[in-house]
Ligand binder design. Sequence first.
Ligand SMILES: O=C[C@H](O)COP(=O)(O)O
Length: 344
Amino acid sequence: MATELPGRQATGAATDGGAGDGAGARLPQLHDARNPGTDLDLDWVMSAQANTSAIERRAATLPARRTVKKAHQAAWLLKAVTLIDLTTLSGDDTPGRVRRLCAKARRPVRDDLLEALGMGPVTVGAVCVYHEMVPVAVEALAGSGIPVAAVSTGFPAGLSPFRLRVAEIGESVAAGAREIDIVISRRHVLTGNWRALYDELREFRAACGEAHMKAILATGELGSLRNVARASLVAMMAGADFIKTSTGKEAVNATLPVSLVMLRAIRDYFERTGYRVGYKPAGGISKAKDALNYLALLREELGRRWMEPDLFRFGASSLLGDIERQLEHHVTGRYSAAWRHPMG
Ligand SMILES: O=C[C@H](O)COP(=O)(O)O
């Protein structure tokens, strides 16, 4: 559904210094619907640049600039909980582990802490698992409204036969996954074959059907921030609902500089097409203070509209435990042992 907006005030993003500001007269018609993609625009892709030293400088100063006042920190951390894709992606995953994770997803924060913070119940954004665990997670989350996300397309390397990668998406959707986290072929980026990358992603998107597609770029393997910017644009042109940094299995996973590049690509795409694409940093985000940094960057670059589960997720297997510890400290003034928060 397209929404003709009368002015920039009509978009949440544009009212708080986020995406939309600066677009001026060229702000396009805005859309509430999921991103359908565009044709591959190679001129646009090739025009994307990344000034690595400026990006790294800006990312490095973020923790000092970040001003989430103490009183607001608990609220931000609770918001972060609702944005987590609670993840288990291990070779030794079992139905029992996935069921425990799903129970945690339903009640990620203890009731007494929520009560002390004056908050009602919250849940995480999604539970993310391998295909074989999708039916278990779907059953364990029945009635909760929490979607199951499946990693797919030969995760994490994406090097299995193409037809099997496409078929894998269909199998996970049929098993009940509402979100599919696909991996791209890094070689298409490294050889500058943007057409091949676009065509591959177009097929993945078609195979997803109604399920939302998160495109994992594996940024730690793309060679440069410029490649990250270009791959981000191609993924959005191919119809990605989210762009995601990493599988969690690369040597380098989510970072703030990479996030800055991807968030700006999302802003560029929004300003040109009117479609909002989501962002998912993933891999190695395990501390509450890291989550606050990512949220601060998100708010600075895209505005508050993006701070919702339909447009932002943390891909994380152990972040929730640290956030719970920090919330407990906020409420009681004491830290509990990490073992008291074993899942997530
Ligand atoms: O997509 C999610 C990642 O695989 C999670 O990575 P992590 O275990 O480093 O939090």
